[in-house]
Design a protein around this ligand. Structure first.
Ligand SMILES: Cc1cc2nc3c(=O)[nH]c(=O)nc-3n(C[C@H](O)[C@H](O)[C@H](O)COP(=O)(O)OP(=O)(O)OC[C@H]3O[C@@H](n4cnc5c(N)ncnc54)[C@H](O)[C@@H]3O)c2cc1C
Length: 407
């Protein structure tokens, strides 16, 4: 009896052992896809635990919905969605200047980044080996596999290695070359962390800008006590140790000294936070996403800080990579080549729409702040908000999904 090819067991895939570097969004999404096909998966994450924090991330259009449904997490995302309302640009004394409607900012469904990571982690924790507090140290490819040494654990051999380790990916550096070749710095930095909900916001946000710097505060999930602060500032490229949180807090304190509105209270909360996200606003552009038995996934391969598209791209790309490996019955040469072809233009389109969020938050001059407000006053009319939504949705749906084997 001939079987429907969609039901063919993915035999060789079940014999593959895949190492994924990074347990944020892209890593657990791929782990979920591969584990459902029966592959052995190890995820190594340098943080001691699953990282909480980060702002709301959103999904829009039928491609995201199809992928999340096939991953089996669409209902849970809906159950934990934020239902964020609009954002308001305010003056130093809190007077509203422009209201940005929710549909412009939040897509079809929005969820906190940390909640999304946890959903995928919990779905895979019984089938996937997670190693926290460690990192790849070296990678050496041979015809039989990839020999990996770790900072702490014993050396091991894997069939494939996937770098899902973010904007500053170590996997990319080890296999594809120095970061300076791939990271395009966009003249701004961003920081995010939790603050008390002193403004009493209820699923709403406020944004205050001075030339070259901005503070935004948002309450995403209706928790009366908790809010998130976002600091954005324009800057030349800064040299600092990415592991040195004290140094990062110092940079922020200096840059935001003397700022008005809620800035002093936000800086106080900054001193106390132990979950600070601080990074350059930047994009990653690589020539290749795959080399031999190693592939890049998510921000590591085509990241774009802020702009709202990075998480959706990472999820779709993880679905495609797992699906192509299943379709090719574990033959990584075929699967990696297909993955690269299918994801490259899609990811580029999303990067283009994300653009550079820095000048929106922190226009360089007082005059530019006024022009931004004027433009956004126009944009927030329903007609233009609809146009904006269509534009982002066009990028988010700019890929034709193949019919992959059923797990
Ligand atoms: C704590 C946190 C907060 C964030 N907050 C925001 C935000 O507010 N706004 C925004 O636009 N984007 C934010 N991001 C980035 C956002 O999650 C990504 O743009 C997007 O979801 C794509 O995810 P990713 O998994 O490809 O990369 P990332 O989310 O950047 O995840 C990369 C993961 O790899 C890990 N890692 C790094 N180096 C190594 C290594 N050598 N070995 C092992 N693991 C390593 C990191 O700890 C991290 O968990 C945040 C990311 C994190 C981790």
């Amino acid at each position: 009896m001939t079987k429907n090819p969609k039901d063919t067991p993915t035999g060789r895939l079940a014999h593959l052992h895949v190492l994924i570097s990074g347990a944020s969004i892209a890593g657990p999404a791929l782990a979920l896809g591969l584990a459902r096909y029966g592959a052995r998966v190890t995820v190594v994450e340098k943080a001691p635990d699953l990282r909480e924090g980060g702002f709301a991330v959103d999904f829009r259009g039928h491609v995201h919905r199809t992928v999340l449904t096939s991953m089996g997490i669409w209902d849970e995302i809906h159950a934990r969605q934020t239902r964020m309302g609009g954002q308001t640009v305010v003056d130093a004394d809190g007077t509203p200047r422009v209201a940005l409607p929710a549909e412009m900012m939040s897509g079809d469904v929005e969820i906190l980044r940390g909640d999304l990571a946890r959903i995928m982690y919990e779905r895979t924790a019984d089938r996937v080996e997670y190693v926290f507090g460690d990192s790849i140290a070296t990678l050496e490819e041979s015809p039989e596999g990839v020999d990996v040494t770790f900072e702490h654990g014993a050396p091991r051999r894997f069939d494939l290695v996937v770098g899902a380790d973010g904007l500053h990916s170590l996997t990319r550096r080890l296999v594809f070359g120095d970061e300076s070749r791939h990271l395009r710095f966009l003249d701004h930095y961003v920081a995010g962390f939790g603050v008390p909900n002193d403004l009493g916001l209820d699923r709403a946000g406020r944004l205050y800008s001075e030339p070259g710097r901005a503070v935004a505060i948002g309450n995403y999930d209706g928790d009366p006590d908790r809010a998130g602060a976002l600091l954005v500032f324009r800057s030349e490229k800064l040299e600092f140790d990415r592991r040195d949180v004290v140094a990062q807090k110092r940079i922020l304190a200096e840059r935001f000294a003397g700022m008005g509105w809620e800035a002093p209270r936000v800086l106080k909360a900054l001193e106390e936070t132990d979950a600070l996200y601080f990074d350059a606003i930047a994009q990653i552009h690589v020539d290749r996403l795959v080399r031999g038995r190693v592939a890049l996934l998510g921000d590591a391969g085509y990241g774009a800080t802020m702009g709202g598209m990075g998480t959706g791209v990472a999820i779709v790309a993880a679905h495609v990579l797992a699906g192509e490996l299943a379709l090719a019955d574990g033959d990584h040469r075929t699967a990696f080549a297909e993955y690269e072809t299918r994801i490259r233009d899609f990811a580029k389109g999303c990067q283009k729409i994300s653009g550079n969020a820095g000048p929106f938050f922190a226009p360089a001059t007082e005059r530019r702040i006024r022009s931004r407000d004027l433009v956004y006053r126009l944009l927030s009319s329903r007609l233009l908000a609809g146009f904006f939504k269509k534009l982002t949705e066009k990028a988010a749906t700019g890929i034709e999904l193949r019919d992959y084997p059923r797990p």
